[in-house]
Design a protein around this ligand. Structure first.
Ligand SMILES: Cc1cc2nc3c(=O)[nH]c(=O)nc-3n(C[C@H](O)[C@H](O)[C@H](O)COP(=O)(O)OP(=O)(O)OC[C@H]3O[C@@H](n4cnc5c(N)ncnc54)[C@H](O)[C@@H]3O)c2cc1C
Length: 448
């Protein structure tokens, strides 16, 4: 059940129509191989070109318009995971994406499936439940999607951090996540780029990395193969309610008669919620990443700092720096991260932030000094002000479901989100909670 609702919904039978917001770029890539971000030809999908004829009244359009069981707003990893799960269960699905598949946070992500960076409890268990679903989904999608188990190290630099890490390791182990404590020498054997400016590390051998943009495109194709309509270049702008319940979803082209709308609009989910008269505690948080040329001495093991993880979870009080983190990408580049900024919807790369990330990284990884920067980009995380993802049906607007607020964890938990929302809708259980869903997880692979 969705817990976070502010403000009243619109009156019954209200048509909420707004002009689409101006399009803006949310992500910039500098000197990055464009081939890694190309979209599949849109002709592979069942595209729609329906337009709302100004002479028709909206009621006529709704009567004669397309029908679906579920409209999913947002073609990122969350929306496509949800659409493919719904379609697997036989629902008639229309996925509406206003810019391009994986055009939002999903393609900016480093693609890390990290279990050990999760807050113990529900978030960690969502990640644990998702882990075995990645290879299963990748086997199903009609695209090659790279997935590699690489392992992560979380280094601590002070005695105080060490005690916090010990507590966290114990809590995460209770959530079914594998972790071991390593001395400095053993950690450096796993990632030879590490210097000696740390006291020890926790090693998470299950952590993996995936091509999240390719997986998203693959999930959209999987959904399309199961009969879903994937409409790219179209924007959800409102809903029509009747008798207190959602009756139709309105886009900038048409109205779609349906029973459910899933808001999977990522950092823009708050904007979409406001268009429906709903308020969700989610805001954009900018993350900037810097890519360095591959280095022969680097291993594939990811490294983050315990300090960075705790800072990210503390939110804006801890300042914008939540790094440094080093992710050896699937193509061999070394991706440095560490920004978690309150910058509204501002996009782009700030050279001062990039320089800080690079300098701080060089303290932990001295051999990076002199490495060539080959790219930098930014993206917006859908940050939850409650500290937890916002997942569930909205009892104030029956038929409206929210899947947002995943912050920097939205790749790692996407498969479980897809299953949870599909179970809630297709299982006829709008009051299903994440806890109930997770407690149904099978013990063999953690996947409900
Ligand atoms: C720099 C960076 C690094 C990250 N690294 C990782 C990582 O390593 N591991 C990890 O687990 N997570 C990571 N994340 C977080 C992860 O990327 C996000 O949590 C996740 O991608 C969110 O997916 P989403 O589908 O909800 O949102 P998005 O991918 O943003 O998709 C939302 C989509 O909705 C569309 N949309 C918006 N409004 C409308 C509308 N009205 N109608 C139709 N469509 C609409 C947008 O165009 C967009 O395509 C990172 C994020 C950033 C920014």
């Amino acid at each position: 059940m969705l817990d976070h609702r502010i403000g009243d919904g619109p009156d019954q039978s209200t048509l909420l129509l707004e002009r689409p917001a101006p399009k803006h770029l949310d992500r910039h890539h500098w000197h990055v191989d464009p081939g890694s971000h190309t979209q599949r030809p849109l002709s592979t999908f069942w595209m729609t070109s329906a337009t709302l004829n100004s002479r028709d009244s909206m009621t006529d359009v709704v009567k004669g318009g397309p029908t679906a069981d579920v409209v999913v707003a947002g073609g990122g990893i969350a929306g496509t995971a949800i659409a493919s799960e719904l379609a697997r269960r036989g629902a008639r699905v229309v996925l509406i994406e206003r810019r391009g598949l994986a055009a939002g946070a999903t393609s900016a992500a480093a693609g890390v499936i990290s279990l050990a960076s999760k807050t113990p409890g529900q978030l960690a268990r969502l990640a644990r439940a998702s882990l075995p679903l990645f290879p299963a989904l990748i086997a199903e999608v009609p695209l090659d999607v790279a997935l590699r188990r690489v392992g992560s190290l979380f280094v601590y630099e002070t005695g105080e951090e060490r005690s916090a890490v010990l507590d966290r390791v114990a809590a995460l182990k209770a959530d079914g996540i594998e972790l071991e404590l390593l001395p400095v020498a053993a950690a450096r054997r796993l990632q030879p780029l590490l210097g000696d400016g740390f006291l020890g590390a926790a090693h998470a051998p299950q952590d993996s990395i995936v091509d999240s943009a390719a997986l998203t495109r693959g999930l959209a194709q999987l959904a399309a193969g199961r009969g879903a309509e994937i409409a790219v270049g179209e924007e959800v702008t409102g809903v029509i309610r009747r008798g207190g319940r959602l009756e139709s979803v309105v886009t900038d082209r048409r109205a779609i008669s349906c029973r459910w709308l899933v808001n999977a609009a990522g950092p823009w989910s708050g904007q979409l919620g406001r268009r429906l008269g709903r308020s969700h505690p989610v805001v954009p948080r900018r993350g900037q990443l810097v890519a360095l040329a591959p280095m022969a001495e680097a291993s594939a093991v990811r490294v983050a700092t315990a300090r960075g993880i705790f800072a990210k979870q503390a939110g804006s009080q801890a300042g914008w720096f939540s790094g440094p983190a080093l992710t050896p990408a699937l193509d061999g580049r070394l991706v440095l991260g560490g920004s978690n900024e309150d910058a509204g919807f501002a996009s782009g790369v700030d050279p001062a932030v990039v320089a800080t990330i690079a300098l701080r990284a060089c303290r932990l990884f001295p051999s990076l000094a002199g490495a060539s920067v080959v790219g930098a980009w930014s993206g917006l995380r859908p940050h939850s002000l409650t500290g937890a993802p916002i997942l569930g049906a909205d009892p104030e607007l029956p038929g409206y479901v929210v899947a947002t607020g995943q912050g920097g964890d939205g790749i790692a938990i996407a498969p479980a989100i897809g299953r949870f929302i599909a179970e809630l809708i297709c299982g006829g259980r709008p009051d299903l909670t994440v806890e109930e869903f997770l407690s149904g997880a099978r013990s063999d692979d953690g996947a409900p």
